[in-house]
Design a protein. Structure first.
Lengths: 395, 189
C-alpha cells in the first residue's frame, strides 16, 4: 500500500550579467513599481527606499501627503543604504558602492569597494559563475511526486536563491541622512560603520566619493543592527547589545555589553536609556517578544529597568518622550515614554504588519508589508495618516 | 483496497439481518491499534461514543494517529452489525477531518531557517470487525481490520540568512495522502 506524497516548489534560475554591465547600469532610471520595500533613508526632501535585492527607489517627499516615486537606481543585491552629503552608499552583494546623488535624478557611480561584505556572497552548495553577477531570478513553479520522505528535508532550490542579508532602515542622527533602527550601515561624521554577521567595518568617508576601509573588528556572532548616538555605537546581536565608544572614530572600543535571551534585537537609545526590542521569528530563535528598557547612565554597566511584553516587535524610533514601535503583525504602537518604568500606550494602528519606523520632525515614516506609510504625530498623542505608497501599485 | 472497503460497507448497509436492540442505547468503543503502510508502522488510539439502535451504531470519534506525522482524526462513525450463526460481525465506516498535532514548527540551521505550517485534511476509514459479547450482552471485545486514509498538507517557508525584515521567503508545499492498513482492538461498553 503506497502513500502519495508530492512537493510543490519554485525553481529559481539565475539571470547573469557581467560586472561591467551591472556597474554600467547603476544609474538613475525611470520609476519602478515598489514590490518588496526594505530600508529607508531620509535625505533632504527625498526618501531613499530599498527594493530588496534590486536597488533603490527615489521618492520626492516635498509634500508628505503626496509623495512621488521619481526614479530608481538599479543595484542588484542591494539591501542596505546610507547617505552623507551628496553620496549614497549602497551594497551590491559583497561590494560597497559610492554613488553621487548631488542631483538625485542623475546619479553617478563614483567608487566600488569590492568584498566589503564577504558573507553576502552565494553559498550553501551553490557556486554561481563568479565572473558574473546575478541580477534576477526566473521563477517556475513545479510539482513532483516524491518518495517516502518524512518531513521537510531542506529546500534544494531555494537556499542559493536567498539573499544573505535583508532590509533595514537606519537611524542615524548624522547630518545629511536619517535611517531606521534596523540598519546595518550608519554614518557618524566622517566615518561610516557597517556590521556584517560577525564584523564591524570602519570606513573613512572624509572624501565622500572615495570611501576607504580603515579597519575591521571581529565583534561577535549574529550581529544584526547598528545605531549611533553621540560618541557611541549601539550594536544589536542575537545574544545581546554591545556599546562601542567612537571618541576615536577610526578605532571603536567596546565599553560594555548587555546580554539577553537569544532573539533579534534592534536597538535605539537616548542619553539615559537604550530601548531594545527582542523578537522571535523563523530566523530569530528564542521565545522572547519584548521591549527591554536599559539604563545606560553608567555606560560601563548597563542595567535592565523594565521588560514590556509585545507580540513580535521589530524596528523602533523615539522623538522626545514619544516612542514608536513596529510590533510586526500587531501593527504600529505609540507610547508615552516620559516614565520608562511605566510606558503608556497612546495610539495603536493595528491593520499593518510593520517592520521599521523613522520619527523625524513630527513626521513618521513606516515600512510595512503593504508599503511605505507617512503619519503626522504633531499632536503628541495620535498618528494621523498622511499618505501611503502601496506595493505592487503601477506607477 | 479502497474499492474493497467501499464494497464491504455497501453490502453491509444494504443487507437485512437480525435486529439486535429495539431501544437506542449509548455505547462507547475504545480502540488501540496499529497502522501499517509504506512509511514505518505506527500506533493509533481512538475513542468513539454514540448510540446503538438495532443493528446500527452511529457515533462521533476522536483519536490519535502516529503514522508519519502525529495527527488527531475527528470523525463520524457508522457501524452495521451482521449476525451470522450467533456471532456478531460488523462493518465500520468513519469519515471526518484529520488535524495535525503540531500546527506550526520552526527550525534554524546554518545559513537559513524554516517554518512549517501544517493544515488539516480528510480522514476516512473502513473495516470489517468482530464483536465478542460478554455475558451482559452489552460489553464486548472488538477486533477490526480495514483501511485508513489520512491527508495532511505542510507549507514550508524557508529563508536564507535574514536578520532584518522583510525576508524573502521560499515556500514549498508538501502534500501527504497516506494509505494504511488498520488493525484495531477495542472494548465496547
Amino acid at each position: 500500500m503506497k502513500d502519495k506524497l508530492s512537493k510543490t516548489y519554485t525553481i529559481y534560475t539565475p539571470v547573469y550579467k557581467t560586472k561591467q554591465e551591472v556597474l554600467a547600469s547603476v544609474k538613475f532610471a525611470a520609476p519602478q513599481t515598489i514590490s518588496s520595500p526594505g530600508k529607508i533613508y531620509i535625505y533632504g526632501k527625498y526618501i531613499f527606499l530599498n527594493e530588496l535585492n534590486k536597488g533603490v527607489h527615489i521618492i520626492d517627499n516635498s509634500n508628505p501627503s503626496s509623495p512621488k516615486v521619481v526614479g530608481f537606481v538599479n543595484i542588484p543585491g542591494n539591501v542596505d543604504i546610507a547617505v552623507k552629503g551628496n553620496m549614497l552608499y549602497a551594497d551590491l552583494y559583497a561590494d560597497l558602492l559610492a554613488i553621487d546623488i548631488s542631483d538625485p535624478l542623475n546619479t553617478k557611480l563614483k567608487k566600488v569597494l569590492p568584498k566589503i561584505f564577504p558573507e553576502r556572497s552565494y553559498g550553501i552548495g551553490y557556486s554561481p559563475d563568479t565572473t558574473k553577477i546575478i541580477v534576477d531570478w526566473i521563477q517556475k513553479d513545479t510539482t513532483i511526486v516524491i518518495g517516502n520522505e518524512t518531513g521537510y528535508s531542506g529546500c534544494p532550490t531555494c537556499s542559493f536563491a536567498s539573499p544573505f542579508y535583508s532590509a533595514d532602515k537606519s537611524s542615524s542622527a548624522a547630518p545629511g541622512g536619517i535611517g531606521g533602527s534596523m540598519a546595518r550601515f550608519t554614518i557618524v561624521n566622517d566615518y561610516m560603520y557597517t556590521v556584517g554577521q560577525s564584523d564591524l567595518s570602519i570606513l573613512s568617508i572624509s572624501n565622500g566619493a572615495d570611501p576607504v576601509v580603515v579597519g575591521t573588528q571581529r565583534i561577535g556572532m549574529s550581529i544584526e543592527t547598528i545605531y549611533p548616538f553621540k560618541d557611541k555605537l549601539f550594536i544589536g546581536s542575537a545574544a545581546g547589545m554591545f556599546i562601542y565608544n567612537i571618541s576615536s572614530p577610526s578605532a571603536p572600543a567596546r565599553e560594555s555589553e548587555f546580554s539577553h535571551a537569544r532573539a533579534c534585537d534592534p536597538v535605539i537609545s537616548d542619553d539615559n536609556y537604550a530601548f531594545v526590542t527582542l523578537r522571535t521569528g523563523s530566523w530569530c530563535a528564542g521565545t522572547t517578544n519584548t521591549l527591554d528598557v536599559i539604563d545606560i547612565a553608567n555606560i560601563s554597566s548597563p542595567r535592565l529597568v523594565k521588560t514590556y511584553q509585545l507580540k513580535n516587535p521589530h524596528g523602533l524610533s523615539k522623538d522626545g518622550n514619544l516612542l514608536f514601535i513596529c510590533d510586526g503583525t500587531d501593527g504600529l504602537k505609540l507610547y508615552n515614554a516620559a516614565n520608562v518604568s511605566d510606558l503608556k500606550l497612546l495610539d495603536h494602528i493595528k491593520e499593518l504588519e510593520t517592520y521599521d519606523v523613522i520619527a523625524w520632525n513630527k513626521l513618521l515614516m513606516v515600512v510595512s508589508k503593504t508599503g511605505l506609510h507617512q503619519y503626522d504625530y504633531s499632536d503628541g498623542k495620535t498618528m494621523r495618516l498622511l499618505s501611503t505608497i502601496q506595493i505592487n501599485k503601477k506607477l | 483496497m479502497k474499492t474493497t472497503a467501499i464494497l464491504l460497507l455497501v453490502v453491509a448497509f444494504s443487507s437485512t439481518v437480525v435486529s439486535a436492540q429495539d431501544k437506542a442505547r449509548y455505547h462507547a468503543q475504545n480502540y488501540v491499534g496499529l497502522l501499517e503502510g509504506e512509511a514505518r508502522g505506527a500506533f493509533q488510539l481512538q475513542t468513539i461514543h454514540g448510540v446503538q439502535y438495532r443493528n446500527w451504531y452511529g457515533a462521533g470519534g476522536i483519536g490519535l494517529d502516529y503514522y508519519m506525522y502525529r495527527s488527531i482524526p475527528v470523525f463520524f462513525s457508522l457501524n452495521r452489525d451482521i449476525v451470522l450463526n450467533k456471532r456478531t460481525f460488523f462493518v465500520s465506516g468513519d469519515i471526518g477531518a484529520n488535524y495535525p498535532w503540531v500546527q506550526e514548527e520552526s527550525s534554524m540551521g546554518w545559513g537559513g531557517s524554516s517554518k512549517q505550517d501544517f493544515s488539516p485534511g480528510l480522514y476516512w476509514a473502513g473495516g470489517l470487525g468482530y464483536k465478542a459479547y460478554f455475558n451482559n450482552k452489552s460489553d464486548a471485545f472488538l477486533i477490526n481490520l480495514g483501511y485508513s486514509f489520512k491527508h495532511l498538507k505542510e507549507e514550508n517557508k524557508s529563508e536564507g540568512f535574514c536578520p532584518g525584515p522583510p525576508c524573502t521567503v521560499y515556500p514549498t508545499i508538501y502534500d501527504y495522502k497516506l494509505n494504511r492498513i488498520s488493525l484495531r482492538l477495542g472494548w465496547q461498553f
